[in-house]
Design a protein around this ligand. Structure first.
Ligand code: B12
Length: 218
């Protein structure tokens, strides 16, 4: 079945910052049986990417950006359970604590990554956004995490990823907790520079990277 038109309308709903329409289309896609991840990737994400470039060019302003982000989030909220329909009955691949670093409220990409990890068989504890560096470490211990996933969308908050690594090191946890970093401004080079164990540029690659880190390479 071709969902091209539906995905196009999803993209447009984000561009328009139309929260109701974005949510309505998410419901519609579920009733039509469209794969939730495709709806997110080929519909809503395309919209938010375009919003980002319009914002960058000064053709869209913050209030509109906020409305677009809200539209995107309302759709994600509806699609999340379907995205997370994990293969049941098998042992979890590993435990992941994920969040967006301190000072950074961008949580859309991190939420998609978390959902994809759940869908792929990981147990995931999502700490949300603007998470204090110390909290990542405390929660990693409490949750007995194999991986800590750190999202940063601002160049000014990327250093907080390094800070979490330092605290993990100080606590003697670096041997058993792997660190995976991501977010639009984050690069492989940055990951190497701060001593992270992995980097991925999108949610699909994040799953492969996480599998590699727990020794379940595909
Ligand atoms: C939506 C958005 C917002 C929304 C966020 C809403 C929300 N709840 O998330 C709002 C309106 C609140 C916002 C606010 C701001 N924003 Co903003 N925002 C964006 C925008 C347009 C899209 C981000 C997004 O959601 N993308 C879609 C998702 C799916 O992509 P993603 O986040 O990159 O995630 C993917 C990958 O990166 C990766 N990934 C993400 N996290 C992780 C984690 C791990 C572990 C792994 C492995 C992978 C991974 O996988 C994801 C899925 O494929 C970007 C533009 C852009 N080009 O990124 C600007 C952008 C990030 N924002 C920017 C700015 C400047 C701001 C503000 C400072 C604006 C202001 N003047 O107040 C504030 C910051 C507030 C704060 N303290 O955090 C700049 C950052 C510039 C920079 N390099 O530092 C950008 C790049 C826009 C621009 N071109 O100027 N923003």
């Amino acid at each position: 079945m071709d969902y091209g038109d539906l995905y196009e309308r999803m993209k447009q709903s984000v561009l328009d910052g139309d929260i109701e329409e974005a949510g309505r289309l998410a419901e519609e896609s579920l009733s039509m049986g469209a794969p939730a991840l495709d709806a997110v990737d080929m519909g809503y994400v395309k919209g938010i990417e375009e919003v980002g470039s319009l914002f960058e060019k000064g053709e869209m302003f913050l209030p509109e950006l906020v409305a677009s982000a809200e539209a995107m989030k309302s759709a994600l909220g509806i699609l999340k359970p379907s995205m997370e329909k994990a293969a049941t009955g098998r042992k979890a691949l590993g435990r992941v604590v994920i969040g967006t670093v301190k000072g950074d409220i961008h949580d859309i990409g991190k939420t998609i990554v978390g959902s994809m990890l759940v869908a792929s068989g990981f147990d995931v504890l999502d700490l949300g956004a603007d998470v204090d560096s110390r909290l990542f470490v405390d929660k990693a211990k409490e949750f007995d995490a194999d991986i800590v996933g750190l999202s940063a969308l601002l160049t000014t908050t990327m250093p907080a990823q390094r800070e979490v690594l330092r605290i993990l090191e100080k606590e003697g946890l670096r041997g058993r907790v792997k660190v995976l970093v991501g977010g639009a401004p984050v690069t492989e080079k940055w990951a190497v520079e701060i001593g992270a164990d992995g980097y991925a540029e999108d949610a699909i690659r994040a799953v492969s990277a996480a599998k590699r880190l727990v020794g379940d390479a595909q």
